[in-house]
Design a protein around this ligand. Structure first.
Ligand SMILES: O=P(O)(O)OC[C@H]1O[C@H](OP(=O)(O)OP(=O)(O)O)[C@H](O)[C@@H]1O
Ligand SMILES: O=c1[nH]c(=O)c2nc[nH]c2[nH]1
Ligand SMILES: [Mg+2]
Length: 165
């Protein structure tokens, strides 16, 4: 179980695009990947960006859910990986799994078990889960909650001094 995080790390669309591109750069030269598996929903956005940069056309998704707001529960698989992509991996083909972040590593562990030997990449990583990931771009502390642009809106924020004017 995760405690609600103390710190927040808001990410804009520009920053997320830049960080996802940086992930693609880091993955170049790691061998031609035949397919990308995006962990929906958060992994869909970086997977699209990475697949575009690395010219990968076979895109699969696996739907895994474990959080209600900031509380973690059991990892539930709502949509499995297709036989076609499992076969690519079993035949020795390189498969790239992409997610937006790894936190406790529970999601990554569940998906890794489905695709042993695949390369696992995330844009962000927290310390508890980073060992589960082969490649990531930015590490944040465990007590930080990352706010992704698709979960945000532009809103008023009170001054740092606490005053209202
Ligand atoms: O390392 P963990 O502790 O397992 O946490 C990381 C996972 O949690 C979030 O997904 P979530 O299950 O909230 O679903 P979503 O992608 O649809 O937002 C995030 O996108 C990762 O997939
Ligand atoms: O939007 C999110 N931000 C996070 O830091 C996080 N950790 C697990 N799941 C998460 N979702
Ligand atoms: Mg997710």
């Amino acid at each position: 179980m995760n405690n609600p995080a103390d710190k927040s790390f808001p990410v804009t669309w520009d920053q997320f695009h830049r960080d996802s591109r940086a992930l693609a750069w880091r993955l170049t030269g790691m061998g031609g990947f035949e397919a990308v598996v995006a962990i929906a929903r958060g992994g869909l956005v970086p997977a699209a960006i990475v697949a575009r940069e690395l010219n990968i056309r076979v895109i699969e998704s696996v739907s895994v859910k474990s959080y209600d707001h900031q509380s973690q529960g059991q990892v539930r698989v709502l949509k499995p990986i297709s036989e076609q992509v499992l076969e690519i991996s079993k035949a020795g083909g390189r498969v790239l799994i992409v997610d937006d972040l790894v936190d406790t590593g529970a999601t990554a562990r569940a998906v890794r078990d489905m695709l042993p030997g695949a390369h696992f990449a995330t844009v962000y990583a927290k310390p508890k889960g980073r060992e589960m990931v082969d490649t990531f771009i930015t590490e944040v502390s465990q007590d930080t909650w990352i706010f992704f642009p698709w979960d945000l809106d532009v809103a008023y924020v009170a001054p740092i001094s606490g005053g209202t004017d």
